[in-house]
Design a protein around this ligand. Structure first.
Ligand code: ADP
Ligand code: MG
Length: 238
């Protein structure tokens, strides 16, 4: 586990300033949700934390290391995306073990890590299947399995449930929270869904147009929004 500290982070693409200096601290073991309208810079910030985008200005610290110049593979992070991008020709077991194989970890150790992740996620009976033989929810669990086996110090989720139907979304929300309660891994979860944010977050970070409007526990934001944007955004169901 690790705390994350973002200090006046900026991001610019040419003349377009996408992040205008955002600062937020996320505690060890916390489940933080980044929420805001489409295009406000959530994915960009998450990708900068992962090291998939350069940071234009400011600082990102994970644990007690400034990671600005650290490549993604050295950040000890696992990311789960909306389009799970499973390898179609590999089984569930191979999908889950692939990153470990790349790291040169022994077959026996990979098998044991994949087994324990499969148990946590209820995938024990599906290890030999290929992605096309799975339901949407099962695929999402495999994507989470790939993240879990790496035992990272930080989980990053980018709208992982937005491709699922409403019923499954509610179920997966609960599963992700359970997973967090079990592993206690620091998590940053991006969504534009207010209900998701209110039900899952320890801390909500509300963004608009490249700035952070407010940071607080769900009920704080609900009871004491700092401005009408936060009030209307948090108050309106998706
Ligand atoms: P969100 O995830 O909140 O919907 P993004 O972080 O994806 O928002 O995008 C924020 C802004 O940055 C948008 O205006 C988007 O068009 C722009 N943007 C994102 N990636 C790039 C890129 N590679 N080049 C230029 N502009 C980009
Ligand atoms: Mg996005």
């Amino acid at each position: 586990m690790a705390s994350v500290s973002i200090n006046k982070a900026t991001k610019r693409y040419g003349n377009l300033v996408v992040l205008k200096g955002v600062s937020v601290d996320i505690e060890d073991g916390e489940f933080a949700v980044l929420i805001g309208p489409s295009g406000c810079g959530k994915s960009t910030l998450l990708r900068m934390i992962a090291g998939l985008e350069d940071i234009t200005g400011g600082e990102i610290e994970i644990g007690d290391r400034v990671v600005n110049d650290l490549p993604p593979k050295d950040r000890d992070i696992a990311m789960v995306f909306q389009n799970y991008a499973l390898y179609p020709h590999m089984t569930v077991e191979q999908n889950m073990g692939f990153s470990l194989k790349l790291q040169g970890i022994s077959k026996a150790e990979i098998a044991s890590k994949v087994d324990s992740a499969a148990q946590i996620l209820g995938l024990e009976d599906l290890l030999d299947r290929q992605p096309r033989q799975l339901s949407g929810g099962q695929r999402q669990r495999v994507a989470m399995g790939r993240a879990i086996v790496r035992d990272p110090q930080l989980f990053l989720f980018d709208e992982p449930l937005s491709n699922l139907d409403a019923k499954l979304r509610v179920q997966m929300r609960a599963e992700i929270k359970e997973l967090h309660q079990r592993l206690q891994t620091t998590t940053i979860y991006v969504t534009h869904d207010q209900v998701e944010a209110m039900t899952m977050a320890d801390k909500i970070v509300v963004m608009r147009d490249g700035v952070i409007e407010q940071i607080g526990a769900p009920l704080d934001l609900y009871d004491r929004p700092l401005n009408t944007f936060v009030a209307s955004f948090i108050g309106s169901p998706s």
